[in-house]
Design a protein around this ligand. Structure first.
Ligand SMILES: Cc1cc2nc3c(=O)[nH]c(=O)nc-3n(C[C@H](O)[C@H](O)[C@H](O)COP(=O)(O)OP(=O)(O)OC[C@H]3O[C@@H](n4cnc5c(N)ncnc54)[C@H](O)[C@@H]3O)c2cc1C
Length: 484
């Protein structure tokens, strides 16, 4: 790769090749194989510079992997098996267009959860969050990847919280989606009162649906507007535990049906103890032992209109729903309060992913389904574990109701020691094949699941190849993702 050609299109110092820097873009996952380090890191400062890099890549046959989060890059979203350069946007930190009235703000790719949360809190707003996100994780990249948020009642659309986007196609062409697709500059649009909250557009199109979930292989996003929520004025949080999964399933359906409750998630006692003890993993067994098989975190809240009244009727109503299924909302279990669980879930976990604390590494298999089928998939994974010499009792299960519980994301977590890589890899392959055979939906396919999902869906693979040819004709962006 002739890096001199790249250096010519960017200001001096924006292209770096020092070995220590390149090492920072290593995929830190023992299950990921064959990825190479980038040949260089380009750090453009504005859209025009991004465009110059993408155009130079098209002209000179280079490959580009967009990166927005800081290191460590724990899994293979940024992995590339071909010679490539990293387009690093993690230094883009601007937050603008913050509007409490319209509950929206614009973020650049490098804004992390640790930076965004205090900024919106000051304005009286909150954001549905992935569970304890990595401190360095880009909010934009997590939202593009549709990492499940913890606030099902506030999710109206699978692409929430993304509203509008600005991005460069693989050709370098600039494009804006949502209400930002209207004519004029962003400043001119703001002056007209456009808040960039709308996700559809231009016209009736929704191009961001192609960019989202694409793992950087369809376009390079340079900003997004995201949907925010009013910060509650009063809240109450419970834990609901049971060994009877069917009762829990009914409870969650019944709470979401009238759109009650706010932040909510369900974990088995393995996943919950992993979350609660990532700073002190030696306490894992003790904490796990405090809980029944499954624990649901349920928050209720009042906002600006009649907050106390809202809290009161939902408090009574949810207790009644729980009782109807033989359950009881508790403020604490075994000395662990519901507030502690919520705090652990909504606080960035530090540099390293919390899942890794127990054994050093953690396999995650993620899929989507409806809640009434979750038990079936859990049974599938446990049956595979028995065949693969994996102790099913060590598998964490995190179930996140999505879009008002019209679907759920299930994450199976297997904490493991590096010396067990071969066994875990074989388990992953068998588990994904079994889930896929049972029609699980893999909305965020990575690694083994990506391979198996696309292998088994030739019709979608063909369509995806056509889309890739349109969006990125010279296969410049993150080549190899989804076999493209
Ligand atoms: C719970 C959980 C489990 C996961 N399990 C797995 C797993 O088993 N295997 C696996 O491979 N991955 C998995 N992932 C995803 C994985 O964590 C990320 O892909 C990986 O960590 C990439 O590093 P990053 O987050 O630091 O990169 P980021 O910079 O956040 O990038 C993430 C993805 O977005 C793309 N991207 C970044 N910035 C832009 C931009 N501005 N425009 C367009 N695209 C962009 C990147 O190319 C990359 O594909 C999991 C994620 C979560 C939350």
């Amino acid at each position: 790769m002739n890096l001199e050609l790249l250096k010519k299109v960017l200001p001096e110092g924006a292209v770096r090749t020092d070995a220590a820097l390149l090492e920072g873009y290593k995929v830190c996952d023992p299950l990921a194989e064959g990825y190479v380090l980038p040949a260089a890191v380009a750090a453009p400062k504005n859209f025009e510079e991004v465009q110059s890099v993408v155009r130079a890549a098209n002209t000179h046959g280079m490959k580009i992997v967009p990166v927005s989060s800081g290191a460590p890059h724990i899994k293979e979203g940024i992995g590339c098996r071909e010679e490539h350069i990293v387009l690093d946007l993690s230094g883009w930190k601007k937050i603008s267009g913050m509007s409490r009235r319209n509950l929206v703000c614009m973020i650049e790719p490098g804004v992390t959860y640790e930076e965004l949360l205090p900024a919106i809190d000051k304005e009286g707003m909150q954001l549905p969050l992935p569970i304890a996100p990595r401190a360095n994780k880009s909010v934009l990249a997590a939202s593009l990847d549709r990492e499940p948020g913890n606030w099902p009642n506030k999710q109206w659309n699978a692409q929430d919280p993304i509203c509008s986007l600005e991005f460069a196609f693989g050709s370098g062409e600039k494009f804006r989606t949502g209400s930002a697709a209207a004519p004029g500059t962003i400043e001119e649009q703001r002056a007209l009162g456009i808040s960039h909250k709308g996700p559809n557009g231009p016209g009736a199109t929704g191009f961001q649906r192609l960019i989202m979930g694409a793992q950087g292989c369809m376009g390079v996003v340079t900003w997004a507007t995201i949907k925010l929520e009013v910060k509650p004025s009063v809240t109450k949080t419970y834990l609901v535990e049971t060994d009877n999964f069917a009762a829990m399933e009914r409870f969650i359906y019944d709470v979401n049906h009238p759109r009650w409750g706010e932040r909510q998630f369900l974990m088995n006692n393995v996943a919950l103890a992993m979350l609660l003890t990532y700073k002190k993993p030696q306490d894992f067994e003790t904490v796990r032992g405090k809980f029944k098989d499954y624990v649901c975190l349920q928050e209720i809240a009042g906002f600006s209109v009649l907050p106390e009244e809202k809290l009161r009727y939902q408090d009574r109503g949810i207790a009644k729903i729980a009782l109807g299924h033989g359950l009881k909302p508790e403020r604490e279990i075994g000395g662990v309060t519901a507030e502690e669980v919520l705090a652990a879930a909504v606080t960035p976990c530090g540099e390293q992913d919390w899942r890794k604390a127990l054994k050093g590494e953690c396999l995650s298999v993620m899929m989507q389904t409806t809640l009434d089928r979750a038990a079936e998939y859990i049974a599938t994974v446990k049956a595979v574990a028995a065949l693969a010499e994996i102790n099913a009792e060590e598998i964490g299960v995190y179930i996140q109701p999505l879009v008002q519980n019209t679907s759920v994301s299930i994450e199976f977590m297997l904490p493991y020691d590096r010396k067990d890589v071969a066994r875990v890899k074989s388990f992953e392959e068998k588990a994904v094949r079994a889930l896929n055979a049972g029609h699980a939906f893999f909305g965020r396919p990575y690694g083994t699941s990506a391979k198996i999902v696309w292998e088994n869906d030739p019709a979608s693979t063909k369509l995806l190849k056509t889309m890739k040819r349109l969006m990125d004709p010279n296969r410049v962006l993150n080549p190899g993702k989804f076999g493209l």
